[in-house]
Design a binder for this molecule. Structure first.
Ligand code: CMC
Length: 431
């Protein structure tokens, strides 16, 4: 980051001396006012619950221009990454900063394939869960449990160890997610297959059984790969900030990522894809397109507690570029499976149109986000609704590692320790 010539001056209306604060410039995007010395100089904290105006770190990985609706991975527009790379090349880009050469790409694909099989003891962990447990609860537990298998190999101060942790979990998370699904169905686990792609492996581990040969459908494979690319990183969102904060204590990197999985589960974040599909199914059950007006009225009524899931974003105040790409994939997958007239897809398109023309959404700049169409694609592929967020976690694992490693390599990194505005009781004594 570059120190700007300009400075910010903080003045007080009650005669306290004013304070000068440095301003830093990034390569693109808003400048930041450096308040690190503010407490020392004034005895005051800043107050920003929800981080509406706070840059929590400097980062060179992912850039979002929320007004333009632009998303860049290491400078490359998401549209180009989605159309020209496969997921593992996108992982390499996010982790290392540059796209791999052909040789580097081959090595990276091989390395990931070689690590996909999980320790045989992982199946005993699964046995402890109820068969109807939510897959995100299972996945949070399994990712945390992996830290028990390799703690001695994961010293966070060692960059090679960190690279190993990233390779290990990027490779094993599809296996873990598929095992969680197979367990819920009471079906045998399917081992990874070195002859298949990363996305192809996930599909096979999810849907193959020992009773019949399984052939990966290339359209569904490509769709899965695209879902992974679109969810791979999204700068300092809630789960990534959780991973950074958790990892800032120097904990095991797999344990830090388990904290990210837990955070992602919530319906305001990664859980929105599941909530969105449940919402569409409820509207469909209650009358479909004819009932959209009633549903939108409920969404606009603040007392109803109903939100239009898959709409709105803290950063995007324009169409989420991932939603456009997801809609494209949705058309391809439904076409391949002969589901062009899928009633839920038709309902989603009608709902999107109504919302985009409604003053409430226009005024607040609420547009479809990535989760609006991803559930429809996943459902068409055969992924059960309660697994959708698990697929998001699978894809986001690379982003969590890229961000965690960037933080640990930052010479300015410190343990995260926010302060507070205390509003509780002053000191008192027990009578
Ligand atoms: N439906 C109805 N009203 C909404 C919605 C929505 N989906 N999103 C925002 N609003 C309204 C909100 O009520 C508020 O209105 P007012 O100014 O009158 O009080 C205004 O828009 C601003 O909303 P906010 O809650 O202050 O915005 P935020 O930045 O804190 O929340 C959000 C962002 C994503 C949590 C929110 O838009 C939301 O709950 N969306 C639905 C859940 C969802 O789709 N989440 C997935 C996000 S993308 C995937 C990911 O990155 O995890």
């Amino acid at each position: 980051m570059k120190l700007s010539d300009a400075k910010a001056t903080l003045t007080f209306s009650d005669g306290r001396p004013s304070v000068e604060l440095p301003i830093y410039q990034g390569s693109i995007g808003p400048e930041v006012i450096d308040i690190r010395k503010l407490y020392g100089q004034t005895g005051m904290f800043t107050y920003d619950p929800g981080f509406l105006s706070t840059a929590s770190c400097q980062s060179a990985i992912t850039y979002i221009d929320g007004d333009k609706g632009e998303l860049l991975y290491r400078g490359y527009p998401i549209e180009q990454v989605a159309r020209k790379c496969d997921f593992l090349d996108a992982c390499y880009l996010l982790l290392k900063g540059e796209l791999p050469t052909a040789e580097q790409s081959r090595e990276f694909h091989k390395d990931i394939a070689n690590h996909m099989m999980v320790h045989e003891q992982v199946r005993y962990f699964l046995r402890g869960f109820r068969r109807d447990a939510h897959p995100m609860a299972v996945l949070t537990g399994l990712v945390g449990a992996l830290s028990a298998f390799s703690h001695d190999m994961h010293d966070v101060s060692n960059s090679e160890h960190r690279e190993h942790a990233a390779t290990l979990l990027i490779a094993q998370i599809p296996t873990l997610a598929a095992m969680a699904y197979k367990y819920s169905r009471g079906q045998p686990y399917v081992y990874p297959d070195h002859s298949l792609s990363y996305a192809g492996n996930f599909l096979k581990m999810m849907f193959a059984t020992p009773c019949a040969p399984y052939e990966v459908n290339p359209v569904l494979e490509r769709a899965m790969d695209r879902i992974f690319i679109l969810h791979a990183d999204h700068e300092q969102n809630a789960s990534t900030s959780t991973v950074r904060l958790c990892g800032s204590s120097g904990t095991n990197p797999l344990a830090a990522v388990a904290a990210g999985v837990a955070c992602l589960w919530g319906p305001a974040h990664g859980g929105a894809n599941e909530a969105c599909l449940n919402m569409l199914e409820t509207i469909q059950r209650e009358g479909g397109v004819a009932k959209l007006g009633e549903f939108i009225a409920k969404v606009k009524d603040k007392n109803s507690g109903v939100r239009l899931m898959g709409f709105g974003h803290r950063v995007y105040k324009n169409y989420d570029p991932r939603a456009k790409l997801m809609q494209e994939t949705c058309n391809e997958v439904l076409g391949e499976l002969g589901l062009e007239n899928d009633p839920l897809f038709a309902l989603a398109k009608a709902l999107e149109k109504v919302a985009l023309e409604d003053e409430y959404f226009v005024e607040r700049k609420l547009y479809p986000n990535v989760d609006f169409y991803s559930g429809i694609v996943q459902r068409a592929i055969g992924i059960p609704v309660n697994m959708f967020t698990g697929v998001f976690a699978l894809a986001r694992t690379v982003g969590w590692f890229a961000q965690l490693n960037e933080m640990l390599e930052d010479p300015e990194y410190k343990i995260g320790r926010p302060r507070q505005l205390f509003t509780g009781s002053q000191r008192r004594d027990i009578a």
